[in-house]
Design a binder for this molecule. Structure first.
Ligand SMILES: *[C@@H]1O[C@H](CO)[C@@H](O)[C@H](O)[C@H]1NC(C)=O
Ligand SMILES: *[C@@H]1O[C@H](CO)[C@@H](O)[C@H](O)[C@H]1NC(C)=O
Ligand SMILES: *[C@@H]1O[C@H](CO)[C@@H](O)[C@H](O)[C@H]1NC(C)=O
Ligand SMILES: *[C@@H]1O[C@H](CO)[C@@H](O)[C@H](O)[C@H]1NC(C)=O
Ligand SMILES: *[C@@H]1O[C@H](CO)[C@@H](O)[C@H](O)[C@H]1NC(C)=O
Ligand SMILES: *[C@@H]1O[C@H](CO)[C@@H](O)[C@H](O)[C@H]1NC(C)=O
Ligand SMILES: *[C@@H]1O[C@H](CO)[C@@H](O)[C@H](O)[C@H]1NC(C)=O
Ligand SMILES: *[C@@H]1O[C@H](CO)[C@@H](O)[C@H](O)[C@H]1NC(C)=O
Ligand SMILES: *[C@@H]1O[C@H](CO)[C@@H](O)[C@H](O)[C@H]1NC(C)=O
Ligand SMILES: CC(=O)N[C@H]1CO[C@H](CO)[C@@H](O)[C@@H]1O
Length: 497
């Protein structure tokens, strides 16, 4: 199993998987973060794996021809107080990634399971990992990849698990998740208050938004934040470097750009240029989003590299990107837009369960938007080539046949169904870090006495979900304490709206 592999082996695996999609850079980084965290904190608990049969469509009565699929789940019962059979149950909700038992073998959720002697379940999200089925990726079946269906899967799972383990109302459930799965956690409590007594929603972008300018605005302020060794100079130098880069693009000085940024192939269209600027943005986005959750690259390293005394900002950027590519084992930067779109259109099922880009792109086109633009009237530091919202919308149309109007409608429906930044729920805690670009779409203020916000200065995406470490800033430790305290309080209450 992956938990025993060495970092070197893992890196080799990444190298082999290099096909350098636009977001491939981002996925590699995300995966690395997860593995590093796991290698550092995994407990090696005994984890059981199982599957549950789910209907593809929960909202229409089943017929002879109704499609079902097997959804994977994992269980960690090492801390469960099952002697009296009244222990609480933590439901770790899977998001847009392949899940595994590793996810319920480390992190704050384990501390809470230990503290409250709880059982932990982890449930993989439909259409990700191996919770898939033959032909699920075609343009018809993928329309059942919605957050509403995912919540119904969870509701079915809770009912199933209660029966299987002979649980009663004395076994109180807590929903738990981060990022998109953090939104699911909040929404699960909102829509199914009789199944979970409370929810922890870490870095949850509960507001859907088509033109998500805020992401790159937070990235800019994170590079300027002295809490994490950023500075105004660092942010400004990045901006100057990208300004120069835009000038070169304007002049069509592609030979120089190709040499400086190690292009894999010649730029052959305006779309490839867009892909190139997106690739660069992805490098820095990953570093900010996972700041200090990954060993090598952080805002500290970027800002050190971007502010030393010699050289122009552009030269510093070139140097940094070259270092980064070498570190990630990438020989070159693949800016082939056509191959990117082709891969999004690929409906073949990945037998290894690693594929997630097509699925996630579908979810953004149909429900969430979240398109991370870089408009000139914002503080975004990157190339303004990325300003192009219509470009993202074209991809939705081209790949899934979803015209612009449908994208906007989907986003509006999501906000009306769940309530955007003011979900009308109770016993939900929203945890956010000031450095994390996603906090711009989350709940940052207390909405009511039981819908609470914890805002942690200086931390990145889902930092509170990690295992406690002596190096943690005081405010992160305090946030975990507060989450545990609230969970403890909710466990004393009844199931209620
Ligand atoms: C959807 O998935 C089912 C089950 O695998 C498959 O039989 C069907 O061909 C797929 N596509 C459509 C359009 O129904
Ligand atoms: C649940 O109860 C049934 C019937 O009493 C029993 O056979 C079964 O072993 C129990 N399951 C668990 C997981 O305790
Ligand atoms: C800031 O830089 C110092 C020195 O490199 C490092 O020890 C510290 O962890 C950094 N702080 C943050 C929040 O990244
Ligand atoms: C840039 O960052 C890399 C990676 O941490 C580091 O090895 C290198 O020394 C840095 N360069 C400068 C000039 O700070
Ligand atoms: C880009 O990718 C497409 C589709 O995979 C391929 O046909 C084309 O040759 C590639 N272009 C370059 C310049 O490599
Ligand atoms: C920035 O400009 C875009 C159009 O380019 C517009 O839609 C958006 O509202 C503007 N944003 C702000 C903050 O002014
Ligand atoms: C919020 O939910 C409560 C209880 O379900 C309901 O009574 C109330 O009218 C709702 N408020 C709004 C603004 O929708
Ligand atoms: C929310 O309320 C709690 C007290 O219940 C307080 O400690 C916390 O600082 C508040 N959060 C915000 C973001 O104001
Ligand atoms: C952490 O919170 C305390 C208040 O509890 C505050 O005084 C301090 O400035 C915060 N630390 C950081 C790094 O923001
Ligand atoms: C960027 C941002 O929205 N920051 C806000 C985060 O939440 C705190 C506490 O509510 C506000 O003071 C910040 O303005």
């Amino acid at each position: 199993m992956s938990r025993f592999s060495s970092p070197l082996v893992l890196l080799l695996v990444f190298v082999l998987r290099v096909s350098c999609l636009r977001t491939e850079i981002f996925s590699k980084f995300r995966e690395l973060v997860h593995k590093e965290q796991y290698m550092r904190w995994g407990r090696g608990d005994f984890i059981e794996e199982g599957t549950i049969k789910q209907p593809l469509d929960h909202f229409h009565p089943p017929t002879q021809k109704s499609i079902t699929f097997e959804q994977r789940y994992w269980m960690n019962s090492n801390y469960w107080n099952n002697y009296y059979r009244d222990g609480p149950v933590f439901l770790y909700i899977g998001g847009e990634f392949e899940m595994s038992g590793d996810y319920i073998d480390s992190g704050h959720i384990l501390e809470m399971a230990e503290q409250y002697r709880g059982l932990i379940f982890g449930v993989e999200h439909r259409f990700y990992g191996l919770s898939t089925f033959e032909k699920c990726m075609d343009n018809y079946n993928i329309t059942f990849l919605t957050s509403q269906q995912a919540l119904a899967d969870l509701a079915h799972f809770v009912t199933f698990a209660r029966k299987l383990y002979n649980m009663t109302d004395a076994n109180k459930w807590i929903a738990y998740g981060g990022s998109y799965a953090g939104s699911l956690s909040a929404w699960f409590r909102l829509k199914y208050p009789k199944l979970v007594v409370g929810a922890v929603a870490s870095s949850a972008p509960v507001e859907a938004k088509t033109d998500f300018q805020g992401y790159h605005e937070v990235v800019a302020s994170s590079f300027a934040s002295t809490l994490v060794n950023g500075s105004a100079k660092c942010r400004d130098n990045l901006k100057l470097a990208f300004y120069k880069l835009d000038e070169m693009i304007e002049r069509e000085d592609f030979p120089t750009l190709a040499r400086d940024f190690r292009f894999c192939q010649k730029i052959s269209s305006k779309n490839d240029v867009w892909q190139f600027t997106k690739n660069l943005a992805n490098i820095f986005d990953g570093i900010v989003q996972y700041n200090n959750e990954n060993g090598e690259y952080s805002i500290t390293t970027v800002c050190r590299n971007m502010t030393y005394t010699d050289d122009t900002p552009y030269a510093k950027l070139v140097q940094f990107v070259q270092n980064y590519l070498a570190h990630m084992g990438m020989r070159c930067l693949n800016n082939n837009y056509t191959s990117f779109v082709t891969s999004l259109k690929n409906t073949r099922l990945d037998p290894l369960g690693k594929a997630w880009l097509r699925q996630w792109f579908y979810q953004t086109c149909s429900q969430f938007g979240y398109f991370q633009t870089c408009e000139a009237n914002t503080s975004c530091v990157y190339s303004t080539m990325l300003a192009d919202l219509p470009h993202y919308l074209d991809i939705c149309c081209d790949v899934f046949g979803l015209p612009e109007k449908k994208v906007y409608q989907g986003v509006a429906f999501t906000n009306s169904d769940y309530g955007g930044k003011t979900p009308n729920g109770s016993k939900i805690v929203f945890v956010n870090g000031s450095i994390d670009p996603w906090h711009a779409l989350s709940v940052l203020t207390n909405l009511t006495t039981s819908e609470l916000a914890i805002f942690i200065p200086g931390t990145a995406h889902c930092a509170d979900m990690g295992s406690p470490s002596p190096q943690d800033p005081h405010n992160l430790t305090a946030a975990r304490w507060e989450v545990s305290r609230l969970v403890g309080m909710w466990l004393q209450t009844y199931y209620e709206a």
